[in-house]
Design a protein around this ligand. Sequence first.
Ligand code: VG1
Ligand code: CO
Length: 537
Amino acid sequence: MTRHATQPIDGQKPGTSGLRKKTRMFMQPGYLENFVQSIFDGIGGAAGKTFVVGGDGRYFNAEAIQTILKMAAANGAARVIVGQDGLLSTPAASHLIRLNKTDGGIILSASHNPGGPDEDFGVKFNTPNGGPAPEGVTNAIFARTKEIDAYHKLDVADVDLGTLGETSVGDMAVTVVDPVADYEALMASIFDFGAIRAMIAGGFTISFDAMHAVTGPYATKIIEGTLGAPAGSVVNGTPSPDFGGGHPDPNPVWAKTLMDRMMGPNAPDFGAASDGDGDRNMIVGRGCYVSPSDSLAVLAANATHIPAYAKGLAGVARSMPTSAAADRVAEKLGIGIYETPTGWKFFGNLLDAGKVTICGEESAGTGSDHVREKDGLWAVLFWLNLLAARKASVAEVMQDHWATYGRNYYTRLDYEAVPTEAASALMDGVRDRLGALPGQSFAGLTVEKADEFSYHDPVDGSESHGQGLRIWYEGGARAVLRTSGTGTEGATIRCYLEAFDGEVLDDPTKLDAVRAATMELAGFQSHIGRTEPDVTT
Ligand code: VG1
Ligand code: CO
């Protein structure tokens, strides 16, 4: 029997990037099955279709993939392409969806969230363009979770995902592919591997921290293999189900070992890290951390050094909370700049329509039209290619960039596991006063304007409201407040701060005033009992 009666389960609403919950919740009988069946139902059925399936290797990845394969087969899918051992980085999955012209894919990951039985798990559907499902599709999936009464699953033995090649589940074909091969070929078609190889052969040193996550095999094969970096250039390169007990989030806090090394006396020339599912990146030169917002601007400004972008960019897009550093580059280049809500799904239409070539977010995500996800290793290879082409260090590139465009000082403060009511009270308190704020002063800064960000998609005309509270202060500083859509415990408040300076390019106090003003304006102390964040990036 393949039909299993079930009942709707509350709370299966996809967030910024798919459905993310505690792993144990996903392991409850029917939880994963309900959501996967709702995906198939929400896209008009799976019969005769082809999908890509893979995940970041975290705890429950292997079991979840077996369930999805048996469900796809019972729903009549024709074929599933799956990464060997169930592994696929998010950008590699996006590429396989596009390369094989499939009907979409299911990616298993909670990205930068820790993994393990007591940590996080996630499931995301990507559409045939390779990108995360847009809100129209996720709304249809969510609607289905509220009325589902049955799911379909074959009662057969697990399929062997360790052996490359063709196999099957019931009548459905299963193709087990090398997770790295097609992705590497794509990277080789974008970048000047010869120039990077020559730079490395000339003594340029790299430390890539894969954080025990999915980019390990990719970075080892490409950086140590093809590009010839010595063994040991990739550290923490073997994926583990709990990411070595760590937090696979590539930022100065969670990648502290790498940061300390890069700021120390024997630092390599270049450091980088990636997250759980391989779509984020951190770039750090010897003694020089590159903020993700700046990285986006630098990639845009230097794109013509890269073979695939030698003819220039169609345009650049950034998420709203990302700094305006990229805007300055786009303005100088005379190309379009687009501001979207947080989450990669909003870039898809702009990329598909050819309006933009490069996109980025302040949360360490950058990517281009080569896939429809952000891509950590792509960003690393981009930096390596541009350093090879310019024969410059990371610090020299940054100094030159700020001297040309000025500097958008930037920081993000995260307040995690805040009781939901307290977080709502803080946000509502600001939202209710948006109209009254202009002209008022907080800690010595006067508000110039304030609003709540709504997005009008210029390609399909869809509207997305409630995408973050924005406050601009006199003098050009900006604060943004929003709550996270990827957390699994209470609420996470994100406070994004930015201030521009065209003259002084090294002022560590630049953001102090906007920070103090925003703490006071929003009442962090009175609502959540603290002004100190859990994580500062
Ligand atoms: C966060 C980031 C956002 C990113 C999203 C998914 O979302 O802020 O920029 O697109 O994670 O990234 P939120 O709603 O928690 O702020 V990943 O690497 O977790 O797929
Ligand atoms: Co990620």
